[in-house]
Design a protein around this ligand. Structure first.
Ligand SMILES: *Cc1c(COP(=O)(O)O)cnc(C)c1O
Length: 351
């Protein structure tokens, strides 16, 4: 048993289920219900498979340049990774290198504490208020870095750019990471602040708003120096992270901005419709600016509804955690999928 004393022991993150069967309504991992841009399909069909003999471009130049043009920044302001989980894991390793605790909300993306434990980074949770809003003052205590999603997950709550700026401004000695995984569903990005604050890193992903979770593409935007440090870590870890197809198809997805805007508008319209219908059924929820709704029923428990939906082949997400055990996180699917969800909820609540 002695060798086991020398093992790095971690309690891993638990992702939402990816069931093999296809006959379910999958509203459990915030994927986009619409396919990637049509040009992506075409490029994939025409892909030069012989090129797969070669290693991919370590700098993912096509993708980085397309993102730089889209967001009106320089390629040197962009770091790409294999999903934003990869980007965030690299960012934790690179920027959270202090003895002081990093800060993040008590209810948030459940990967943050896992990375902190993995890298032995001390952390302190800052409780969200009753309405699941962040309290700016909490982020003005001594710390070794700050991370939070905006809008937050799993609550769906968006903080203002002014609020984020207040936190960044109060913390010039550490890096502040804003995880904008859901920003394209009606939020206002903090990206313009990177010109003003060297210590701000804004992270986004192709998994939700660009319908490409399966391709694994994430990116960070920030000051050149910050991006330089991230690249130093990445190239000390694995140079060839992002594969060739992800680079090419990702660039194409960014090029088709009309399709991107159109799909997200559809998701937002479905979300607003779903809000009204959930309210009619006795659910309450903080206002969501994401592609999911974090809802609680007035009389039924979260666990009960979760199980009853699963029996009807509708998958959503539920956490047995303090403060949120009665909440259900429901991803926004197509109108048709949401109609089926509402019908199933009516049935369950009538019993
Ligand atoms: C989905 C999600 C991610 C990870 O996305 P990938 O790019 O698929 O790795 C990161 N942060 C938050 C808050 C998310 O919800």
């Amino acid at each position: 048993m002695s060798w086991e004393n020398n093992i790095r022991k971690v309690v891993p993150y638990v992702p939402g289920e990816q069931p093999v069967r296809k006959d379910i309504i999958k509203l459990n991992t915030n994927e986009n219900p619409y396919p990637p841009a049509p040009g992506v399909e075409k490029l994939l069909q025409d892909f030069d498979w012989d090129a797969l003999r070669l290693y991919p471009d370590t700098k993912a130049t096509v993708l980085v340049e397309e993102l730089a043009a889209r967001y009106q920044i320089k390629p040197s302001n962009i770091f790409v990774g294999v999903g934003s989980d990869d980007v965030l894991a690299m960012a934790f390793l690179t920027f959270f290198n202090s003895e002081k605790p990093i800060l993040f909300p008590d209810i948030t993306y459940s990967f943050y504490d896992v990375w902190a434990d993995l890298y032995r980074i001390p952390y302190k949770l800052c409780p969200l208020d009753e309405e699941f809003k962040m309290v700016a003052e909490d982020y003005k205590q001594e710390n070794g870095g700050i991370i939070f999603p905006n809008p937050n997950a799993p609550t769906g709550v968006l903080e203002t750019v002014e609020m984020v700026e207040e936190i960044v401004k109060a913390n010039p000695d550490v890096v502040v990471i804003v995880d904008e995984a859901y920003i394209d569903f009606g939020g206002v990005s903090c990206l313009p602040l990177i010109e003003k604050y060297e210590n701000l890193l804004v992270v986004q992903t192709f998994s939700k708003s660009r319908s490409m979770a399966g391709m694994r593409i994430g990116f960070a935007m920030g000051n050149e120096k910050l991006i330089g440090y991230l690249n130093d870590t990445k190239f000390s870890f694995n140079s060839y992270t992002m594969n060739m197809t992800s680079q090419v198809l990702g660039a194409e997805a960014v090029r088709d901005n009309d399709y991107f805007m159109e799909c997200n508008a559809k998701v937002m319209a479905t979300r607003e419709r779903t809000k009204v219908r959930l309210k009619e059924l006795g659910f309450t929820f903080p206002d969501s600016k994401t592609n999911f709704i974090f809802a609680k029923h007035e009389s039924r428990s979260g666990a009960e509804i979760f199980e009853a939906l699963k029996e009807r082949n509708i998958y959503i997400r539920h956490w047995n955690k303090p403060r949120i055990a009665d909440y259900l996180r429901i991803s926004i699917g197509t109108d048709e999928q949401m109609d089926k969800l509402i019908e199933a909820l009516k049935e369950i609540l009538a019993q």
